[in-house]
Design a binder for this molecule. Structure first.
Ligand code: FES
Length: 175
């Protein structure tokens, strides 16, 4: 994987494919730490902040950039409880709570999801359907509020649009 890894990013009107800016932001953090292997924990923190959890691809990406064996990166990520390697739900909803999204109503989005799914951020519904996570700036501020549904970043989200999708997941297991 490289920093040009893409995700499907859509706004409510139409779908467009753009570069996943989260990897660019992770790159900037790695560079700021001058690719120092000692900065692994700080970099993992940033990655979790950006992605909501430390998925496999992200760990490999960090290992590659710091020239560390993946086993070492996995070892550190699994040792500390504050890192989560995967959401446990079938579906994952990551609500961006960065400044731009906050201004555009991220708190209302988060509150609505928490209320309808009966979970708090960082938790998974009892039936294992939905994991709710938060991230601080997905690098998509221009389309705030941004929410990631199962790895797909959607822009211009509102409490209502997010709720619609969450209800679909709760009712059908998919949407
Ligand atoms: S603050 Fe949400 S994408 Fe930047």
């Amino acid at each position: 994987m490289n920093s040009a890894s893409t995700v499907k990013m859509k706004n409510t009107a139409k779908a467009t494919s753009v570069t996943d800016k989260r990897f660019k932001m992770l790159d900037a953090t790695i560079k700021r730490h001058q690719y120092q292997q000692d900065a692994l924990i700080e970099i993992l923190h940033k990655a979790q902040e950006l992605f909501g959890y430390l998925e496999n691809d992200v760990l490999i990406y960090i290992a590659h950039n710091l020239k560390l064996p993946p086993s070492r990166v996995y070892g550190v990520a699994t040792f500390y409880h504050l890192f989560s390697l995967a959401p446990s739900g079938v579906h994952t909803c990551v609500v961006c709570t960065g400044t731009a999204c906050y201004v555009k109503g991220a708190q209302a989005i988060l509150a609505n999801v928490e209320k309808s799914a009966h979970i708090h951020a960082g938790e998974t519904t009892a039936d294992g359907q939905i994991s709710l996570l938060t991230a601080r700036c997905l690098g998509a501020c221009g389309i705030a509020s941004a929410v990631v549904f199962d790895g797909t970043v959607l822009g211009n989200q509102t409490a209502e649009s997010v709720l619609e999708r969450i209800k679909g997941w709760l009712q059908n297991g998919s949407i």
